[in-house]
Write a protein that binds this ligand. Structure first.
Ligand code: SF4
Length: 365
C-alpha cells in the first residue's frame, strides 16, 4: 500500500495491477487499459491524461456511454485538461466561403454538393480584394484565424494562384493567422500555399473509416488521410476534424477521435450535423445537446493539448447548453459557418465573457 496518489487517497499494487479509489468502490488499472468496475471517476481520468497516459478505446466508449447525471463531472474533468493547456482563452475563427456550391463530390451532409437540391448561394472564387477585405473584418472582431474555404474536389491552378495572392496580401497587411481549406492537396500545392504565407490547412476526416462509405462515394477515406499526411509533411499546421450525427455508431465516434490523434491534427473542428434540406441526410434528427457535449469531452480526452473547436451546428444542437462546450473546447467559429448563420459575434462574446472565459489574443497562437 502506498500513499502517493492523492493526500487523502491510497492505492494498492498487485504486480501489474493497481487498485485506486473510484467514485463508488475501487477501480482496476492494468498497464494498457484503464477501466472502472462500477463507475468512471472522471477526475482520475483527467489526472492520468495529464500524466501522459493515452486514452484507450475502452475508456473512450465509457465517456460516450456515460449518464446525463454524470455530465457536469465529465465536463469538469475535460475542463481540467483544457485549462492546463489553454487556460481560459477562447480562440475565435472566422470562416470565409470564398467559392460556393456546384461541387462534383457527393458528400451526403453537404448542401454544396452538386446533386444536393438546395437553394444556397452559388458563386465562383471571390476576388483577391474581397477575400482580403474579409480578413480585415475578421481582425476587427479579434479573430485569431481567418479560414478561406472553397467548394470542390481540389483547387484548380487558377484558384490556387488567386488564393496565394490573397494570402500574401493578408500576411503583409493584417495581423491574423491564415488557414485554407481547398480540398484534396498535392505536395507541390501544399508547398505553394506555405510559401505564400498560409499557416494551416484544413481537411477533415469527417467520420470513421468504416462509416465513410455511407456518406461519400466520389472519394475515399484514404484520400482524406493522404491529404492530411501531405499537409503535415509540408510543414503546414493540420486542421482536421469531423462531423458528428451522420448516423454513425458510438464506436465510429471513438474511431474518429483516435484517428485524429494518429494523424497528428494540430487543430480539431468538431461539427454537429444540422441536417440541411435537399441533402441526402436531410431527414436525420439532430443529436442531443448532451451527446454533443460527451463527444466534445471525448475529443478533449483523446487529444489533450490540441486546439478543439466547437464548430458547425453549435447553436442548433447545443441550444441553451452551448456555453458548456467551452469547458472541453477552447475555440469557436464566430459570425456563422459556410452556408448557415450563427448566433452572431456579439452573442458569442457575451457567452464567452459571462462564463469567465476571454478571447485569446493572436499573440497566444
Ligand atoms: S468536397 Fe467539400 S464542398 Fe464538395 S460536397 Fe464534399 S464537403 Fe461539400
Amino acid at each position: 500500500m502506498e500513499n502517493n496518489f492523492h493526500d487523502s487517497e491510497w492505492q494498492c499494487d498487485f504486480g501489474d495491477f493497481v487498485f485506486r479509489p473510484g467514485i463508488i468502490g475501487y477501480v482496476l488499472y492494468t498497464p494498457n487499459s484503464f477501466w472502472y468496475s462500477l463507475s468512471m471517476n472522471w477526475n482520475d481520468l483527467s489526472t492520468r491524461i495529464l500524466e501522459g497516459w493515452q486514452l484507450d478505446r475502452e475508456s473512450a466508449m465509457g465517456i460516450l456511454k456515460s449518464q446525463d447525471h454524470e455530465l457536469l463531472s465529465l465536463l469538469q474533468a475535460a475542463f481540467t485538461i483544457r485549462r492546463h493547456h489553454f487556460g481560459m482563452g477562447v480562440s475565435l475563427h472566422v470562416i470565409r466561403n470564398a467559392k460556393s456550391g456546384d461541387c462534383p463530390e457527393d458528400c451526403a451532409y453537404c448542401s454544396q454538393a452538386g446533386k444536393a437540391e438546395t437553394d444556397i448561394p452559388k458563386y465562383n472564387l471571390q476576388s483577391v480584394d474581397t477575400i482580403v477585405e474579409g480578413a480585415r473584418e475578421a481582425a476587427t472582431l479579434k479573430a485569431m484565424r481567418y479560414c478561406i474555404v472553397t467548394s470542390g474536389r481540389k483547387p484548380s491552378v487558377a484558384d490556387l494562384e488567386t488564393i496565394c495572392e490573397a494570402a500574401r496580401r493578408i500576411k503583409r497587411e493584417i495581423p491574423i493567422q491564415l488557414c485554407t481549406s481547398l480540398g484534396l492537396l498535392t505536395t507541390a500545392q501544399a508547398k505553394t500555399l506555405k510559401d505564400a504565407g498560409v499557416d494551416r490547412y484544413n481537411h477533415n476526416l469527417e467520420t470513421s473509416e468504416s462509416h465513410y462509405g455511407a456518406i461519400c462515394s466520389t472519394h475515399a477515406y484514404s484520400d482524406r488521410v493522404a491529404t492530411a499526411q501531405t499537409v503535415k509533411a509540408s510543414g503546414l499546421e493540420l486542421c482536421c476534424g469531423g462531423l458528428i450525427g451522420m448516423g454513425e455508431s458510438l464506436e465510429d465516434r471513438v474511431s474518429l477521435a483516435l484517428a485524429l490523434r494518429d494523424v497528428g491534427a494540430n487543430s480539431i473542428p468538431l461539427n454537429f450535423l444540422d441536417p440541411r434540406p435537399g441533402t441526402k441526410l436531410a431527414s436525420l434528427p439532430r443529436i442531443s445537446a448532451t451527446d454533443a457535449l460527451r463527444a466534445l469531452a471525448l475529443f478533449r480526452f483523446a487529444n489533450p493539448d490540441r486546439e478543439l473547436r466547437v464548430a458547425g451546428g453549435r447553436e442548433a444542437c447545443l441550444g441553451a447548453l452551448q456555453v458548456l462546450a467551452l469547458y472541453p473546447a477552447n475555440s469557436i467559429f464566430t459570425t456563422g459557418y459556410l452556408t448557415t448563420g450563427g448566433q452572431g459575434h456579439s452573442s458569442d462574446i457575451t457567452m464567452i465573457q459571462s462564463a469567465g472565459f476571454h478571447v485569446s489574443e493572436i499573440t497566444d497562437a
